[in-house]
Design a protein around this ligand. Structure first.
Ligand code: PLP
Length: 231
């Protein structure tokens, strides 16, 4: 809100500053260097104009979760040198298209998708997403199937594994969920010593994620304000 109580760019700047401050404070409290954390602003369903405002405020890392929308935004803002993180479920038949504009894919979660992302021409950074719920529809690989999927990513041309991504399940204590991801991350580092990143923590739980070692925070509404109803 700006001085007149109307949501606008002032509100956006204030929320961005507040979240950046919250992240820095949580990092320092956890004995971690805030400069080593990447904050991704998740702008799904938001108009291109809001991304432009964020870019003018210095944001360079953007997260999107729907292919067509992400592709259109990346194309509209191609002149701004932004980094695009794809955080939603990827359909196999859209995989190559997502790969074309995404700098980082956070949601690699099945063998058929790894195959679809194979490339001999270029390398894309990725996370393997872990599903911490019992609902297979949530996206992410079941923890019991994680190791073979990681091995497949490591042996596939064109993919560089950064680490693991997860969403804390609704109703669960986020810190416990993130501690589990950290454990799984330590396990996969035996297979992939450089895959040390953890993409976890959203608007409501980023502080807990930072305590448990998050390196990539995916923050939407705490910065953008409420999302418009998806069209
Ligand atoms: C929407 C979304 C976010 C951001 O959620 P907020 O609660 O708005 O911060 C983070 N990660 C994923 C995968 C998302 O889909």
């Amino acid at each position: 809100m700006n001085a007149s109580g109307v949501p606008g760019p002032d509100g956006l700047a204030a929320r961005l500053t507040a979240v950046q401050g919250g992240i820095a404070a949580a990092a320092v409290a956890a004995g971690r260097d805030p400069a080593l954390l990447t904050t991704i602003v998740v702008t799904k369903f938001q108009p291109v104009s809001l991304l432009e405002e964020l870019a003018a405020l210095g944001v360079r890392e953007f997260g999107e979760s729907r292919h067509q929308e992400a592709q259109a935004k990346a194309s509209a803002l191609a002149g701004l040198d932004l980094t695009w993180h794809f955080v939603g479920q990827v359909q196999g038949k859209k995989a190559r298209l997502v790969r074309a504009y995404a700098d980082v894919i956070h949601s690699v979660d099945r063998g058929s998708l790894v195959d679809a992302l194979r490339s001999e021409e270029s390398v894309v950074d990725c996370f393997v997403q872990v599903n911490l719920t019992d609902d297979p529809g949530r996206g992410g690989v079941a923890p019991g199937d994680l190791h073979p999927l990681v091995e497949q990513v490591l042996s596939t041309a064109g993919l560089r594994l950064l680490g693991l991504m997860a969403v804390a399940p609704l109703g669960a204590e986020p810190r416990r969920a993130f501690a589990r991801v950290r454990d799984l991350g330590e396990q996969i580092q035996r297979l992939a010593p450089t895959a040390t990143s953890l993409s976890m923590g959203m608007s409501e739980d980023y502080a807990e994620a930072i305590v448990e070692g998050a390196t990539h925070l995916r923050i939407g509404t705490a910065i953008t304000g409420n999302r418009p109803v998806p069209g």
